[in-house]
Structures are given as C-alpha cells and as structure tokens.
Design a protein around this ligand. Structure first.
Ligand SMILES: C[S@@+](CC[C@H](N)C(=O)[O-])C[C@H]1O[C@@H](n2cnc3c(N)ncnc32)[C@H](O)[C@@H]1O
Length: 281
C-alpha cells in the first residue's frame, strides 16, 4: 500500500470505526452464555434498510460471522464469488500505478483480487474488526488496512484513482452518503466499481431463485456457520428490499458521478456498476 496514505490517515480514524456503532454494551444483545442473539427479528427484517441502528447491527453481525464468512460465500455462490470479483477488477481497467481504496473490504477478497491483477497501492477499509483481522497478510504486495466507516472515509478529497466496493453498499446505513464518499475521495477522471447482489428480472428465474435464496440458503448457511445473529435471513431480505441497478445508477449520478452503467451477471443475481468522475468539475 501507499504508506503515505496510511500514515496520513492513521490519526483520523476512530479505533472502532464510527462512534456509537457498537452493540457490545447492549445488555440485551448477548445471552448469558455469551453467544450472540439474533440481531434481525421479523419486524426488523420487514425493512432492514430503514432501521435507525442498521450500522451497529451490520457491524455486530459481520464481527460474529467473520470466522466462516468466506466458506459460506463460496458454498452459497457455488464458487462464483471469486470470478465476480475478478470481473469487477477488470471493469475498473486498472493501471499498475493506480491508487485503489477497497471500501467495506471485509476479509480482503476484492483487495486481494486487485493486488493479484498488479495493483500495489491499495488500502482496505472496514468497520468490523473481526472481518478486517482476517484480511491481514493476504495481499502479497504492500497493502494497508484501516478500521473505519465508509460513510466518513478518513481520507482527503481526490486521494484515489479507483474506489471499489463488493457486497458492501447494501449494508450501508445511508446509501447515498456512502456513494458520495466513494466519489469525494476519487481524483478527477477516477472511477468507482461496485459489485452487489440483485434479483433476476425474468419472472420464472426470479421465483426459483427467491425460493433458494430465501428458504434454502439461510438454513444451509446458518447450519454451516453456526450463526445465531440472523445474518442469513438478513441477506435475502436486504437484497430483495435494496435499490435496483437502475436506481443505483441514478444515485451515483446524483452524488456527482458523470456517468454510470450496470451489467448483470449469472442470470441477474449479481450486477457490477462502473461510475466515472468527470475530468474537471
Ligand atoms: C458482505 S461483506 C463484503 C466484504 C468484502 N467486500 C467481500 O467482497 O467479501 C460487507 C462488509 O461491509 C462492511 N461494512 C458495512 N457497512 C460499513 C460501513 N459503514 N463502513 C465500513 N464497513 C462497512 C461490513 O463490516 C462487512 O465486512
């Protein structure tokens, strides 16, 4: 990573990401045997994106599922998730000298994909410490990892050539604020790439996928991970109630990107978006 970038920002980040995002002190969160209780009951799942404490719940959830996160991803996507990330890297049209920020980097899968494609100056940021811990040492080049909030990126304006986010924007408390930050830290002529789940639009496929995603996957993933937070009930609900790729493009333009386009993959269960910041604004 560009050590200047890390050093420049080391003092600015709150050690736990954004203040006030922890549920650790909530006496109702942990059961007497210290196992996490469900973070997502039916009421919260009816509209997960409008929960006022969504960020705290999301962070707690990822801290709890971190040990099995990658295993479940691979299984749930039948191994496709790595290919989707590689394609997202290609969409960014990297040059070796580009400075890249991987937002909501989690355990570093996308960060690693960029590094393998030849990027040396890359920083991963995530607010879930347990996810971030698993990213350490993954990237063969120099990389930097920062615990921090995607909605308040601890970087100056126009620091990066590329900002990217895989399966992260859906989890933001405020989507528009997060997209605005992706734009703010980009230099003019920079580009943002986003990989996110979506629902197939073809009605029969949509029905079949909805059955798998909402009924089978949560049980399978919960069994594999031993999860008690409700993470794998949150996943399909948060996808189903999230903005469509078309709405995402509108939002990207609203926060200042000069152009944005989305491409669907794997029958529409994921999409990739590339957005460009104008050369001069
Ligand atoms: C589904 S994981 C994706 C991880 C990784 N990008 C990948 O491709 O596997 C979503 C990540 O977003 C992070 N996240 C969600 N909201 C965030 C925020 N406001 N600031 C920083 N990280 C956030 C979570 O902690 C979690 O690690």
């Amino acid at each position: 990573m560009d050590s200047d970038i890390a050093q420049q920002n080391a003092d600015q980040q709150a050690p736990q990401g954004a203040a006030g995002l922890s549920l650790r002190d909530d006496p109702h969160h942990n059961s007497p045997d210290s196992q996490p209780r469900s973070l997502w009951d039916d009421e919260r799942l009816s509209d997960p994106h409008s929960q006022s404490d969504k960020a705290a719940r999301v962070r707690q959830m990822f801290d709890d599922i971190a040990p099995t996160y990658e295993r479940v991803n691979t299984l749930a996507s039948a191994g496709r998730d790595r290919g989707w990330r590689r394609e997202t890297v290609r969409l960014a049209e990297i040059k070796p000298a580009d400075r890249v920020l991987d937002i909501a980097c989690g355990t570093g899968d996308l960060t690693e994909a960029f590094a393998r494609a030849g990027i040396e100056r890359i920083v991963g940021i995530d607010f879930a410490g347990e996810m971030l811990l698993r990213s350490l040492g993954r990237v063969p080049h120099q990389a930097g990892w920062i615990q921090g909030d995607a909605l308040r990126l601890p970087f100056a304006d126009e620091t990066f050539d590329i900002t990217c986010c895989a399966f992260g924007v859906r989890n933001f408390q405020h989507l528009e604020a997060g997209l605005g930050e992706m734009h703010r830290v980009l230099r003019p002529d920079g580009r943002a790439v986003i990989l996110e789940f979506s629902m197939p639009t073809q009605p029969i496929l949509r029905g079949i996928y909805q059955f798998y995603f909402a009924k089978i996957l949560p049980k399978l993933a919960t069994w594999i991970s031993g999860d008690r937070t409700g993470a794998y009930s949150y996943l399909p609900r948060s996808v189903r109630t999230f903005v469509t790729p078309t709405q995402m493009i509108e939002l990207l333009k609203k926060v200042g990107f000069s152009s944005a386009r989305a491409t669907s993959r794997t029958c529409g269960i994921v999409h990739m978006v590339r957005a460009e910041k104008a050369t001069t604004e």
